[in-house]
Design a protein around this ligand. Structure first.
Ligand SMILES: Cc1cc2nc3c(=O)[nH]c(=O)nc-3n(C[C@H](O)[C@H](O)[C@H](O)COP(=O)(O)O)c2cc1C
Length: 203
């Protein structure tokens, strides 16, 4: 039992552990966006209480083809992927623009998750971008999120122009820019806040 202190339960003072499914739009080994996800995992471990960020590998998902669905079952990789999203409290996307839109890797994952029952429904989400631009893909993703019933944080927005000096990533794609790391932390805190609100754990 949790005690009631001043009209509020002690449980509401504690931060629940939030599971974040982190998805990348790029397959490149030294991807900047994958680097943002690694930085997010580090930040959640070192600086943010109550947030567990897990990278969800979407590289082995087959290209969406509804012929692969048999008797209401999906291919094993898809089943596993969908289960991971179902178990997550919220989603964190890091993706470049590909020709002003989301990348095929990300769209394929979104589409597999959308097959009934839609595993994205009702979850909070955030999107960040490292690359040249990033704005258009983010707005396309937000638009897709309307149909998937994903709830994106509006602020802060996060775009990181990886090609402008100073250097922000090393050769392995690790984020080495401390101010970008701070901004990334603010995005994660905002995602945590919205997730708690949607789950009714915060007024
Ligand atoms: C097919 C393709 C399309 C791209 N289209 C855009 C674009 O529309 N706008 C942009 O700013 N950058 C574009 N880029 C550049 C990417 O933003 C850049 O390569 C970025 O570093 C990729 O992210 P990654 O480092 O995570 O792989 C494109 C790259 C590719 C391969």
């Amino acid at each position: 039992m949790h005690s009631i202190i001043g009209g509020r339960s002690a449980m509401s003072e504690e931060k629940a552990m939030i599971k974040v499914a982190a998805l990348c739009g790029s397959l490149r080994k030294a991807s900047f966006n994958r680097g943002l996800l690694r930085a997010a995992i580090e930040l959640s471990q070192e600086q943010i209480t109550g947030l567990h960020v897990e990278f969800i590998d979407t590289s082995s998902l087959p290209m969406l083809n509804t012929d692969l669905e048999q008797n209401g079952r999906f291919p094993p990789e898809v089943e596993e992927f969908r289960q991971k999203i179902l178990e997550a409290d919220c989603c964190f996307f890091a993706s470049p623009d590909y020709n002003y839109s989301v990348t095929p890797l990300l769209k394929n994952a979104l589409d597999w998750g959308s097959r009934p029952p839609n595993v994205w429904a009702g979850k909070a989400a955030a999107v960040v971008t490292a690359g040249g631009g990033g704005g258009r893909a983010q707005y396309h993703l937000r638009q897709i999120g309307v149909f998937l019933d994903l709830h994106f944080i509006n602020k802060p927005e996060f775009y990181l122009n990886a090609f402008q000096p100073p250097v922000k990533f090393n050769d392995d794609g690790d984020l080495i820019d401390s101010s970008a790391r701070e901004r990334l932390k603010d995005v994660l805190l905002s995602l945590q806040d919205l997730t708690l609100r949607l789950q009714g754990n915060k007024s």
